[in-house]
Design a protein around this ligand. Structure first.
Ligand code: ADP
Ligand code: MG
Length: 691
């Protein structure tokens, strides 16, 4: 059989049936997926220092033999301490509160370790270094650069590395057409084939960076090509026809228990104008957390219903979909017939919803991506709204309109991740943009306080006070359960709080590994005030609206990005009561991280924070993590600091390529580009080259 990149991954040497299932969990189905599973960072063991030459304050890599190891008491709790020597001196590797290190390093082991050297208790010490045990046959060799992959239970990073190596050997010669080599060359970047070698088997850190840049450029190029193709299509495609009756929507606005902000009024006017046209609406509504995007979306949906069309309201999570349903019930109960469809709605219940949609007994469907799947037939879809668009990718953005035969519906996408203006064009260049830049009256931004772990009792004292006043609080942790990292887990924090500083309060726990019904029940208890405190992972990041919650504690805040922290903080400060956000973080997380956290205590405006994030970490993080169903790509792009400049050049290249195609001069090359766009974003482009 002839090999090709679309071969199932089980054809790669070292992948059996068991591993191919594990790989599938990582989103890797084909050889191409495997090659595109880029390491999100590297460990550089290429420059090894002798221990005798180390100075406090520098970051270094050392290699040596373990003299002794064990747990010792310290001011910061129990620590695992390993004495390492290379014949020139002695260095302690230290892990605080790290039961998982038990037995990881023993006397006689050889180890490579990287980290920051400090002078503590009269000795040189490296706290929480990255390390690798060296097998004895390797001890003599000098340390290479090691790619690090996101691993999964049963498949470690180094096992993935070995599988990728096998794939490269067999399949690398087949890589040639996806990024046209002349484009990469024009940028002074390695070709795609070289880049795969550079990122998966780097000889040096700079080689890895150069390889990553090629992929960054590739992703940006295709994204730009897709966006520009969409823009053309939007200009020419026929809409569902002008909406004629805004009576229902206007009545909804009149009957709201509050007056719209100026920004909301403007947004409503923009949308009304769009919907009155023959052309199809393609609008992005951007507004900081809490700026009141939901009622604007409801206006568009009710305008559809009033004019005899149906509306779709797509939310990224079940929690959010349910919340929107509740909002409709309380604010627009008598105005429209609402249907609800998520993964939890099955069997006859689901059939009933589908029938209702087909026969027009449902005006507005609220739900999750479940409404993008399967055999859904709309009677007359007029408006599709996607909430928290940054949680989806371009591909999902296109899925709803694609579902309908005949004229495309009007599209409204909403995002609470403020995107710097310079980037909005790149990501959403096919959309018109409305910004909600005014907050509802009477809101006070949460007071944000940065605390060291030793002072976290102050945060929990405040939580008690707030609960005593009848308010509620969130506690957010980076991971679900204790594992191979020292990061705080929701389960552990929940147990500790219940027995310790929040004893006597009604505390709930919610995270992504719980059964759906269980997490729904907990969320509902919190929404209806039957719980005082909700301990959770970032599950509550997007959209959750419980105005009575006035206090948030974020454990291990240093492990979250700025945008995520800002989103999280947006869960409080949603009423007239003063709100608090406590960020708890270790000191030694590095300067950029400190700067990020400090910025949050000063800045409450999402756009200002976004500009800051752009400066600190580059634009990579603004690209939806699920852009192409490839979660790690975005993370990797963040790490290699895709520059704004690179994005702009990708945009130009895409424009040029499109011009060539228009003139019929692109030939086979153009076909290949289009094929690749379709592969990445779905078969939604009707563009065909004039030849
Ligand atoms: P987001 O933009 O983050 O999605 P929401 O739409 O959830 O924000 O609105 C946040 C809260 O503010 C909701 O409880 C909503 O009812 C309320 N709200 C929206 N608009 C106004 C307004 N103009 N005045 C007062 N409260 C408002
Ligand atoms: Mg929202």
């Amino acid at each position: 059989m002839r090999k090709c990149l679309e071969d199932a991954v089980r054809y790669v040497k070292g992948v059996g049936p068991k591993r191919s299932i594990l790989l599938e969990d990582l989103g890797i189905l084909t050889v191409r997926d495997l090659l595109d599973y880029l390491p999100f960072r590297i460990e550089d063991f290429s420059k090894v220092s002798s221990i005798g030459s180390l100075c406090a304050g520098e970051s270094a890599t050392v290699r040596g033999a373990v003299q002794s190891s064990g747990f010792v008491g310290s001011q910061r709790g129990r620590a695992f301490r390993v004495a390492v020597t290379d014949g020139t001196g002695l260095l302690y590797l230290v892990w605080y509160n790290a039961a998982f290190m038990y037995g990881a390093l023993r006397q006689g082991d050889h180890v490579l370790a990287s980290g920051k050297v400090e002078w503590r208790r009269g000795a040189l010490e490296m706290a929480h270094p990255t390390f690798r045990k060296i097998p004895s046959h390797e001890v003599a060799e000098s340390g290479p650069v090691i790619p690090v992959y996101h691993a999964t239970a049963g498949l470690s990073s180094s096992q993935i590395a070995a599988i990728v190596r096998n794939a490269l050997e067999e399949y690398l010669p087949l890589v040639d057409i996806t990024v046209p080599p002349n484009l990469a060359e024009g940028e002074g970047l390695p070709s795609e084939r070289e880049a795969y070698m550079h990122v998966h088997r780097p000889a040096s850190p700079s080689q890895w960076h150069r390889g990553m840049k090629t992929f960054a450029f590739r992703e940006m190029f295709y994204l730009q090509l897709a966006v520009q193709l969409l823009r053309r299509e939007a200009k020419t495609s026929k809409g569902p026809g002008p909406f004629l009756d805004f009576g229902l929507a206007d009545r909804f606005i009149r009957e709201l228990p509050f007056a719209l902000t100026r920004a909301q009024e403007k947004a409503v006017a923009d949308i009304r104008n769009d919907l009155s046209q023959n052309k199809v609406m393609n609008r992005l509504l951007q507004g900081d957390v809490g700026s009141g995007k939901t009622v604007v979306a409801m206006y568009a949906l009710l305008a559809a219903a009033g004019s005899g069309f149906q509306g779709a309201f797509l939310a990224p999570t079940e929690i959010l979909a349910r919340q929107h349903r509740t909002t409709f019930q309380s604010l627009a109960k008598d105005l429209v017939r609402v249907g609800y469809l998520t993964g939890a709605v099955t069997g006859p219940e689901r059939e009933a919803v589908l029938d209702g949609l087909r026969e027009g007994r449902i005006d507005i469907l609220i739900g999750t991506h479940a409404m993008l799947q399967g055999n859904i037939v709309w009677r007359k879809l007029g408006v599709a709204v996607t909430d928290e668009q940054h949680r989806f990718g371009v591909k999902q953005r296109l899925a709803l309109p694609e579902q309908t035969e005949g004229p495309s519906p009007h599209v409204l996408v909403m995002s609470a991740t403020p995107i710097p203006r310079s980037l909005a064009l790149t990501l959403y260049g096919d959309l018109d943009i409305t910004v909600l830049d005014v907050m509802p009256e009477g809101r006070m931004p949460p007071e944000t306080v940065l605390l060291r772990p030793a002072n976290s009792y102050r945060a929990y004292r405040k939580v008690r006070e707030e609960v005593f006043r009848g308010h509620q609080a969130y506690v957010v942790c980076p991971v679900i359960r204790e594992g191979k990292t020292s990061r705080k887990s929701a389960e552990e924090v929940f147990e500790n709080l219940r027995r310790g500083s929040l004893k006597g309060l009604r505390i709930g726990l919610i995270h992504g590994a719980m059964a759906r019904t269980a997490s729904e029940a907990v969320m509902e208890d919190f929404v209806f005030g039957r719980l005082d405190v909700l301990v959770s992972t970032t599950l509550v990041e997007v959209g959750v609206d419980v105005p009575n919650a006035t206090c948030m504690v974020v454990e291990d805040a240093g492990s979250f990005g700025l945008a995520t922290l800002h989103q999280l903080r947006g869960r409080v400060g949603r009423s007239r009561h003063k709100a608090y956000c406590f960020l708890i973080a270790q000191e030694e997380q590095g300067r950029a991280s400190e700067e990020r956290l400090a910025a949050l205590t000063r800045i409450t405006d999402g756009f200002a924070l976004a500009e800051m994030d752009l400066k600190l970490r580059g634009p990579g993080q603004f690209f939806g993590t699920r852009q192409h169903g490839q979660a790690d790509l975005a993370a990797a792009l963040v790490d290699c600091q895709v520059s704004l400049d690179l994005i702009m050049r990708a945009r130009e290249s895409a424009q040029q390529a499109l011009n060539l195609m228009d003139r019929g001069e692109a030939g086979y090359w153009g076909e290949a580009l289009l094929g690749e766009v379709r592969r990445k974003f779905g078969d939604v482009f009707s563009y065909s080259m004039s030849r």
